[in-house]
Design a binder for this molecule. Structure first.
Ligand code: NAD
Length: 361
């Protein structure tokens, strides 16, 4: 194979992946001076500009980074669609270790790349980012959300995300037990970072029996003391008897092996892409009679919050709209039961239909 053929072969693999997941545009960015290597993926902009956070992660290889950004941006399209928000789905990844490689120059260079897309992609915070980084991005482009409240932005979206997860959890309880009261329910929150800790607060305020796990011992100790939550070793989660499992760390914790062992009645958490094999894992959960509250629905509070920033920010309005997650979750779980389909499919069908309807009008 000649060099140009080889390049064609490689690029056609990327186009094949874009074709499979139905992406509109993928932008590769690199800058020698700052060491920036980033990928911006625009999945679908039918409903509006593609919005999604920037994740900085030390990926093992470029392919992992590409797969991540394609999967995450697709999830954002469905998240916006299911929430009835006029936004498309996008996401960006920066390849590197956020604790070592992230500099002001690198973030500003990234901001310049975002600006070249002229608003077709709007960025925000994700794993490895903070509001200060968004300030740097903001110096180079106006197409950024989740900026600090001191600069007129909406600040950290995670309290609103956690509220939405809490609403989704209460709706799941209502669906399964005929009451949405969570007091006395054994809830395990895996990952007590930004979203997880706020969720623990909601749960402990309602007198749920809260258990926590994380890989960060300091965070565990702090949250445990603050909310009187019992610490469960991360390795022991699958042996742990609980009513509700709330994944709030990274994705893909629900897979063939874990679902077989999981001892809970409801899964409802803030993490993105919780199902490793999407529909297949959702079906596995259904067969085990475990109610799954679709992640892209229940964790959409953060997106609702940043959308409110674009429209003219109001925390009250964001919380009010996020409260609707309760009714939507209940509707989707009922639809899943009535139609004999998984909750994941029920939610996905609605999201896809909203996009298709707009496309056809
Ligand atoms: P975060 O980085 O603040 O918290 C993640 C926590 O998970 C950290 O405490 C980390 O130590 C812990 N963790 C990492 N790997 C773990 C593992 N293997 N086992 C147990 N704990 C582990 O992130 P966050 O902002 O709280 O987001 C959490 C999840 O929610 C992510 O999947 C994110 O994409 C998703 N999400 C966040 C928001 C938001 O508003 N922040 C919105 C939607 C979705």
């Amino acid at each position: 194979m000649t060099k140009s053929n080889l390049n064609m072969h490689k690029s056609s693999k990327i186009l094949a992946k874009m074709d499979e997941l139905e992406h509109e545009q993928v932008v590769f960015c690199q800058d020698k001076e700052t060491g920036l290597k980033a990928i911006i993926a625009i999945h679908d902009s039918t409903l509006g500009p593609a919005l999604g956070g920037t994740r900085m992660w030390n990926y093992d290889c470029e392919e992992d980074a590409l797969n991540d950004v394609l999967r995450l941006s697709r999830g954002m399209s469905f998240k916006a669609a299911i929430s009835g928000i006029a936004l498309g789905g996008g996401k960006a990844v920066i390849i590197g270790d956020a604790s070592v490689d992230k500099t002001e120059k690198l973030m500003r260079r990234f901001g310049k790349f975002v600006d070249t897309l002229a608003g077709k992609y709007i960025t925000a915070e994700d794993v490895g980012m903070n509001t200060k980084d968004m300030e740097y991005v903001m110096m180079e482009t106006k197409h950024v959300t989740g900026t600090p409240q001191s600069l007129g932005g909406s600040g950290d979206p995670s309290p609103v995300t956690a509220y939405g997860v809490y609403m989704g959890m209460k709706a799941s309880a209502q669906f399964l037990w005929g009451s949405d009261k969570l007091d006395g329910k054994r809830v395990l929150v895996q990952g007590v970072g930004h979203v997880g800790e706020y969720l623990v607060k909601y749960l402990s305020d309602e007198n749920a029996d809260v258990f926590i796990s994380d890989i960060d011992q300091d965070k565990l100790n702090t949250v445990s003391e603050k909310y009187n939550a019992e610490i469960i070793e991360n390795n022991n989660i699958l042996d742990f008897n609980m009513d509700i499992y709330a994944p709030c760390a990274l994705g893909a914790t629900l897979n063939t092996q874990s679902i077989d062992k999981l001892k809970c009645s409801i899964v409802c958490g803030g993490a993105n892409n919780q199902l490793e094999l999407e529909e297949r894992d959702s079906l596995h959960l259904k067969r085990r009679n475990i109610v799954f509250a679709p992640d892209f629905l229940v964790n959409s509070g953060g997106l609702i919050n940043v959308y409110s920033e674009i429209k003219g920010y109001s925390r009250e309005k964001s919380l009010e709209q996020t409260k609707n997650i309760y009714e939507t979750t209940l509707d989707i779980l009922n639809k899943s039961r009535e139609e004999g389909i998984t909750s994941y499919s029920a939610a996905l069908n609605i999201a896809k239909k909203r996009i298709a309807d707009k496309k056809n009008n």
